[in-house]
Design a protein around this ligand. Sequence first.
Ligand SMILES: CC(C)(COP(=O)(O)OP(=O)(O)OC[C@H]1O[C@@H](n2cnc3c(N)ncnc32)[C@H](O)[C@@H]1OP(=O)(O)O)[C@@H](O)C(=O)NCCC(=O)NCCS
Length: 143
Amino acid sequence: MQYRPMAIEDYNAAIQLWQDTAGVRLRDADSREGIARYLERNPGLSWVALDDGRIVGTIMAGHDGKRGYIQHLAVAEDHRRQGIASRLVANCLEALQQAGIIKSHVMILRTNALGEAFWHRLGWQRRSDVELFSFINGGGENV
Ligand SMILES: CC(C)(COP(=O)(O)OP(=O)(O)OC[C@H]1O[C@@H](n2cnc3c(N)ncnc32)[C@H](O)[C@@H]1OP(=O)(O)O)[C@@H](O)C(=O)NCCC(=O)NCCS
């Protein structure tokens, strides 16, 4: 296995993996342009895992100067339970720490029992004291 920071050249393989992965919800913001902008704003924080050159895992992260935000953690089904996601998270947290960020959040769908088991196992605390509110400036769907 090889791990390296994600580049925009990984987009086609990454989007294929995300489309194949239940638990990853894609929006218009996940267009090539959207991901390119995200990677540019957050250099070195998103990672891919490769097996013989094939992308089998991804994680994306960004921060706002105070908190880190993780998304699009996905590992190909035929590569699960080998510690790949754990390693991707560790790489991501190390890069965030180097950027001065020690606390991070991840949002998962309520229906994602697998994701919940994973984050719980890694020691992440489920929050029951906050509700997430979202607003689409200008309206629209699937933004
Ligand atoms: C969640 C996911 C990323 C885990 O990837 P992975 O590479 O298999 O994870 P790891 O091998 O690092 O697992 C670490 C630990 O998490 C827990 N875990 C992982 N998969 C699990 C499962 N199917 N059931 C229960 N616990 C699980 C285990 O405790 C595991 O340790 P163990 O194998 O020693 O028991 C992968 O299953 C996936 O891509 N799921 C779909 C997308 C998703 O839900 N992403 C998370 C939301 S952001």
